[in-house]
Design a protein around this ligand. Sequence first.
Ligand code: ATP
Length: 755
Amino acid sequence: MDILKVLSRGIKANPKNKPHAAGGTPQLPSAGALPRPQLFHDPVSSRGKKRKRRRDAQDDGLEDQEDGDVSDVDYFAPKKPATESAPPTEPEDDAPKKRKIKLLDEEECRQMLRSHRLKFTILSGPRRDEEVKEQEEEEPASKKKKQKKDKTKNADSKKDDKGKKDEHKKQIFPQPLTSFGELRHTYDVSAQLAANISAQGFRVPTEVQMGSLPLLLRPATALKKSKSSAEIPGIGNGADFLAVAPTGSGKTITFLIPAIDGVLRRRAEQQQGTDRDEHVLEAIVVAPTRELASQIVNEGRKLAIGTGVRVVLMKGNLRLAAEEVQGGNKARDEEEGSGGEEGSEAEESEGGSGDEEDEEKEEGKTSKDGAKPLARVDILVTTPKILLNFLAGKSGARKMLPSVRSLILDEADVLLDPIFRKQTMGIWRACTHPDVSLHCWSATMASNVESLIIKHLEKRSQRGPDSSPRPIIRLVVGLKDTAVPNITHKLIYTATEPGKLLALRQLLHPVSSADSGPPLRPPFLVFTQTIPRAQALHDELKYDIPLEAGGSARVAVLHSSMADSARSKIMARFRAGEVWVLITTDVLARGVDFAGVNGVVNYDVPTSAAGYVHRAGRTGRAGREGGVAVTFYTKDDIPFVKSVANVIAVSEKQAGEGGGEQAAVQQWLLDALPKVAKEDKRKLKVRGVESRRAGGKATITTKSSWERRRENNRVQAIEASKKRKRQRREEGRGEGGEGEVEGESGDGEWGGLDD
Ligand SMILES: Nc1ncnc2c1ncn2[C@@H]1O[C@H](COP(=O)(O)OP(=O)(O)OP(=O)(O)O)[C@@H](O)[C@H]1O
């Protein structure tokens, strides 16, 4: 069925839209035939060396397939849930045999990393011996200075800190992963894990995979050819890691592969005759919403098929192996953060509250059933609060998770934002293994969040002699972190709210609206600021799809105050292509991967630049081109639209389309938009545009307030006229039936207009 044709509801076909008008199979842009998962591949001419294409990589046949036809890939197929019992895709014996691969020298690494816009920086780390000496010599002097000048104390220590950090901020050039085949040959991952990765059908690693996997799997091998790495103390113990990479760039498998590999390796080291039934909780992945957590579990299970590694979603009734300690950490909790202080709207917008309510209900069941057997878990995936509830324990006792070696924060910036900070820090503190590593992932990372991570990691590394010192390494993919370079952006001004709804309808019926922006083809996501607005928009749009095309079932709404089961059903229907227009709040803005989504509509402007990046990033996944993000703004948004306009301008620049007539954001607009004060930005992030909060202009309708008032007056006038008629009739009856006609004119009907 031609979706576009049906949606156009019989309007004459625009000859410009030939393929669809002709009734041909629609080529849905985001499901296009040539997904290039790599976003950047610049020619690098510096230092006169050209990138060599290695023989070994060609042998794997992976690079050669990069440009192959993948039109057979069905992006609308529902995501297959991974089941534990599924047979291994490739038995160990049939897995590719290991081959030795020559490592690139440092200059080759540098060239290749630069060409893919990968930048590794050491943010902090243990000092070299000579540095420690130097610092000790300086210390007494700086102490005196501190006592002397109380006022300048903070400024001085900040300067010192900055100096120290800068000293350590050096770049490194680890081996890039040029093909997935290298995981087995060079980085020694298990044959089964390698087979599971290959079964996913990925052909080339994305940039974040290219950069991170060698370093996270085998840091010693990844840095073997790097002369500068000899000067990085502690690198042999691995690294705490921060990765900032574009939306849809495959971060999920990038953190899951090392987590699964870590479990398998330790098993192999500890018990030679591996007992597959013994499970020790080794890694925790924290994600902000239930939808994202379930998706990660599903991805993890696909990678873990046949390895014996159990990837489990945290539930309220799950009992984990934990160590109980007396006395709470209340004081520290309070000191750490202001969890929840930002108010319910912010929690809703990030999916905090709704999930947690459901989880709390489940938790109720747990407490009655204390004797449940321990869950068999190697890798736990959780939202913050449900795990924290488990850890909180009763009567002052607090549970710790000493076996956890790796804490992974997906969407780390939001997990360390005040909304979730207290909960996330609580989980981090419960991971008491001296060598626990922290890996943070996101498409956006504000500098204050990065500083917070560094501060806590540094504090932690000073804890005691048991912990092995290691550096903190940051990887940034791309020129700037706040961009979505591979999609088309549109910023559309409508003077009023009703105008916005009309414009959205035109996008739904693109044939009739040649100049209302790019045609949007279903499926697409529509984001609103609040739950009431999402519901109201759903009410407005649900009858827009004709019955013969599926009618109201094609439009759905999903938000955090819905029951968990309803949310899951809608997710499944959207993934299966049954729902074409999904109206939602920021609960689906982060992490959720719908491969076939062609467009994103910001019906309400996102409340921050990061918010825009994540929403827009729901389309154009894995480098697919053709995705469109349309953002509407009205008068009310003008004070806040600059951050979104900036992201669009940067995205176009990264894509090499900056400036010119075609740019979605012209320079004059950037210049004209007012700058937002810091305090207003903060308020906007927390509360959104004030007038759209419930009680303000939460209602969504095509009618202007003037029209609505006129309609209301008309109804009242008709009522009044009828009443008068009745009265006169009664009076006439009393006075002999005179005067019935007089006064029955339209005067009454229009009389209410001036009130
Ligand atoms: N090497 C690859 N080649 C092609 N597709 C890939 C590759 N790696 C991952 N993918 C696919 O890319 C899509 C996006 O991946 P993923 O959800 O991990 O992105 P992400 O970086 O976490 O995005 P976000 O920042 O939005 O959370 C998924 O459908 C995944 O299966």
